[in-house]
Ligand binder design. Structure first.
Ligand code: FE2
Ligand code: FE2
Length: 315
C-alpha cells in the first residue's frame, strides 16, 4: 500500500517517507539464520520439502509414494541452489544502484543497504540449509552455474531489465510462501519456515524494487522501455535454458539415490513435467504476479500485455 502510494507520487518527500517506513519494517522483522535452521531445527526427511504446486511430483504415476517424496526433496535442494544463485546477482545490483548517491537521502541509503545486507544473509541461509540437507542426503545433486557466470550474463543487460527480473523474484517469493501454507500439514517445518521468513524480508525488497524500477525508468521513452523488456525476456530465456539443464541434473540425482533406472518414456515424461514445474516456480510465479504486472503496466500497458501473452508458456 505504501509503495503504491509512493509510486503514484514520485516526489522526494513521498520517497523519503516510504524509505523510512520500509527501513523500520525491516528492522522489526530482521531474523537470524540460527533461529531458522541448525541445532534442534533439523530437516525431517520423512516429509516433503516443497509445496506440491511448485514441485509437481504427484502426477508422475510411475513413481512410488516414497520415490515422489525423494524427488520432492531433491527439488527442495534445487530451490536452495537456484535462490542462492539469483541472490548473487541481486546483491551487487542493489549496491551499484545506491552507490552513486550515498549523500542524497539518508533513509534511502539505509533502506537499500538493509536490502543488500538481507540478501547477503539469504545467500548464507540457503548455503546453511544446503549443508543441513547433505547431512542426511549423501548423493551428490548437481546444480547449474557457477553463480558468477550467471551474474555476469544478467548484469550485462541494461539496469531496467535487471530491476524487472529482480522485482519478479521478490514477488514470486510471496507466492511460494502462500503455496506452502496450503500444504500446512504435510511439509517439513524447516522448509516451511524458510519460505515464510524469506518472504517476510522480501516484502520490503519488493517495495524498494518497485521504487527502483520507477526511478530507473523515469524519463525513458516507450521505445526504450520496450528494449528493456526485450532484455528482460533475454534473461528469462537464459534462465529457462538453465532450468532445462537443472531438470536433467535432478533426474540423474533421482536415479542415483533411488538406484532406479527410468525407461525412455518415463524419462521423457519426467523431464517434460519437471521442466514445466521449474518454469512455473522460478519464472511464471513472478511474471504473472499481479503486483509485478501492475508495476509493468505503469511503465507501459503494451509491455504488460506482451508479458501476459508470453506468460502461459511458463505456467
Ligand atoms: Fe532474498
Ligand atoms: Fe530480495
Amino acid at each position: 500500500m505504501l509503495a503504491e502510494a509512493t509510486n503514484n507520487n514520485l516526489n522526494t518527500n513521498a520517497l523519503a517517507y516510504s524509505f523510512e517506513e520500509t527501513l523500520i519494517a525491516s528492522q522489526k522483522i530482521n531474523w537470524r539464520i540460527e533461529d531458522i535452521i541448525g541445532g534442534d531445527k533439523q530437516l525431517d526427511f520423512s516429509k516433503p520439502f516443497m509445496p506440491e504446486s511448485l514441485a509437481r511430483v504427484s502426477n508422475l504415476n510411475f513413481l512410488t509414494v516414497a520415490e515422489r517424496r525423494v524427488l520432492n526433496q531433491i527439488k527442495g535442494h534445487t530451490y536452495l541452489q537456484i535462490f542462492g544463485l539469483v541472490e548473487e546477482f541481486i546483491l551487487p545490483f542493489v549496491l551499484d544502484h545506491v552507490r552513486p548517491s550515498l549523500d542524497a537521502d539518508d533513509y534511502r541509503v539505509r533502506a537499500f543497504l538493509q536490502f543488500a545486507s538481507e540478501e547477503a544473509k539469504h545467500i548464507q541461509l540457503f548455503k546453511t540449509f544446503t549443508a543441513e540437507f547433505h547431512k542426511n542426503f549423501s548423493t551428490e545433486c548437481a546444480v547449474i552455474g557457477p553463480p558468477a557466470e550467471v551474474a555476469a550474463f544478467v548484469l550485462a543487460r541494461q539496469p531496467l531489465a535487471v530491476a524487472l527480473v529482480i522485482l519478479g523474484i521478490e514477488w514470486m517469493s510471496q507466492r511460494h510462501f502462500i503455496d506452502s501454507i496450503k500444504d500446512d500439514q504435510q511439509l517439513d517445518a524447516q522448509f516451511k519456515s524458510l519460505l515464510k521468513h524469506h518472504w517476510l524480508e522480501e516484502a520490503q525488497h519488493a517495495k524498494l524494487d518497485a521504487i527502483m524500477v520507477e526511478a530507473i525508468a523515469d524519463g525513458m521513452s516507450l521505445e526504450e522501455i520496450e528494449k528493456a523488456v526485450d532484455e528482460y525476456l533475454e534473461i528469462g530465456g537464459f534462465l529457462d535454458e538453465g532450468l532445462k539443464q537443472q531438470t536433467i541434473f535432478d533426474l540423474e540425482a533421482f536415479e542415483r539415490v533411488t538406484e532406479r533406472q527410468l525407461t525412455e518414456s518415463e524419462r521423457e515424461e519426467f523431464l517434460s513435467v519437471q521442466h514445466q514445474a521449474n518454469r512455473w516456480t522460478y519464472l511464471g510465479t513472478g511474471m504473472t504476479h499481479p503486483k509485478f504486472l501492475a508495476a509493468l503496466e505503469k511503465l507501459s500497458p503494451a509491455q504488460r500485455k506482451r508479458i501476459e501473452e508470453i506468460a502461459p508458456a511458463f505456467c
